[in-house]
Design a protein around this ligand. Structure first.
Ligand code: SAM
Ligand code: SF4
Length: 373
């Protein structure tokens, strides 16, 4: 499988960025012919966008095999990483345009030294109706025990923590770091907090952790959390994904149904996980089946990379560069309009669905750690 080379950490020339912006303003359309800040972010397939995933860094304390290479990662240029003020500015425009949830991710978001301040600034943003936005985070859990009180005080609403295995040797092999205890402490801290729903994520992998699925669900229940299994996606930096080795949603459900009676939970909306109750509830399990049961038709998500690229899909090979708009010295009152235009351009370019299942599918050049999961 080959990839379209999306240059990571290098900016699009400003003239090209402005051209794209103008095209978007014409293409996205509104009753008056030009969309304005405050108009909802609706794509050409009618999907309204409510969720912005903000990647805060491509750095990480782990090296999960399905995400990052062990060595030789091409890091994003430090000078291109969005500052706290820049993130806030983009988020304010996005909220005015109807984004109601900001999910902080990475890389590992807790590696960002200003993480508490990021949460505080974003949590203070309100939408057009005056309602506060929701702040969620996806993390590997390391550093949570020390940071969680500050994050909650700053306004964090929800947490997803990744844990693929409960066995120390496996964890070490899978993440290339011997840090299972740190992750378990992070999950214990989250479990003891009031943040709910608390979700635990595991990528299901053949001959790696597919014999642990029931155990992981039981572990989640013991922490008053919901377990969610993710089908492995072709987003690893090493481009080694192999469809024939992937554990499918059907296989996950089959394994769980040997232990519980599963019943589908209706009303999924735009959520990536389909859910099933366990033995009639109250506990449930989620499966994110991006490969075998794509949910693109209801997708309401946009992504912002740590280096200021807007993406309309995990699998997109096109990016929309916001950084020049923030840094080219234009008058302050036109910056917001520029950011708004780039958001609309990104939404306007969104395809009806990803093409993982198309034989011509091209994996994006960025690994998952540089996109933001
Ligand atoms: N470091 C944090 C963490 O691991 O939760 C946040 C970033 S990580 C990229 C976000 C989520 O993406 C994690 O739940 C991780 O398991 C998932 N992920 C990473 N690479 C993946 C892949 N190739 N296929 C499916 N899920 C993946
Ligand atoms: Fe780090 Fe998360 Fe990627 Fe694992 S999945 S390497 S924890 S960014």
């Amino acid at each position: 499988m080959s990839a379209i080379p999306v240059t990571i950490g290098r900016r699009m020339p400003l003239a090209a960025a402005s051209e794209r912006l103008d095209a978007s303003a014409q293409g996205a359309g509104s009753a008056s012919g030009r969309p304005v800040i405050g108009d909802a972010l609706v794509d050409t397939h009618g999907r309204v966008h409510r969720d912005l995933r903000i990647s805060l860094t491509d750095r990480c304390s782990l090296r999960c095999t399905y995400c990052m290479p062990e060595q030789g990662n091409e890091w994003l240029a430090k000078t291109s990483i969005l500052t706290l003020d820049e993130i806030e500015r983009i988020a304010r425009v996005a909220a005015a345009d109807g984004i109601t949830t900001f999910r902080l991710t990475g890389g590992e978001p807790l590696l960002r030294t200003d993480i508490v301040e990021v949460v505080r600034r974003l949590a203070a943003i309100t939408g057009p109706t005056g309602a506060p936005v929701e702040i969620a985070m996806t993390t590997n859990g390391i550093r949570l025990p020390e940071l969680l009180p500050g994050l909650i005080e700053a306004g964090l609403n929800r947490l997803n923590i990744s844990i693929d295995t409960l066995r120390r040797d496996r964890f070490h092999e899978l993440t290339r770091r011997d840090r299972l205890d740190d992750v378990l402490e992070g999950i214990a801290a989250a479990g003891a907090s009031d943040l709910r729903p608390l979700k635990l994520n595991a990528v299901a992998m053949r001959d790696v952790n597919d014999d642990e699925l029931v155990e992981l669900v039981e572990f989640a229940i013991a922490h008053d959390a919901q377990m969610r299994f993710i089908e492995q996606m072709p987003l690893d930096a090493g481009h080694t994904w192999d469809r024939s080795r992937m554990v499918t949603q059907d296989e996950i459900l089959q394994a769980l149904s040997r232990r519980w009676t599963l019943a589908p939970v209706p009303g999924r909306g735009g959520a990536p996980a389909a859910r099933w109750t366990l033995d009639g509830g109250p506990h449930s399990v989620g499966v994110i089946a991006s490969v075998t049961a794509p949910f693109c038709g209801d997708c309401d998500r946009l992504r912002l990379t740590a280096d200021g690229q807007l993406r309309n899909c995990l699998f997109s090979t096109t990016e929309y560069d916001v950084l020049p708009i923030l840094r080219d010295g234009r008058p302050a009152d036109t910056v917001d309009a520029g950011v708004d235009g780039m958001l609309r351009s990104c939404v306007h370019g969104k395809l009806p669905g990803h093409a993982i299942n198309d034989p011509a599918f091209l994996q994006p050049a960025r690994g998952m750690n540089a996109i933001g999961g």
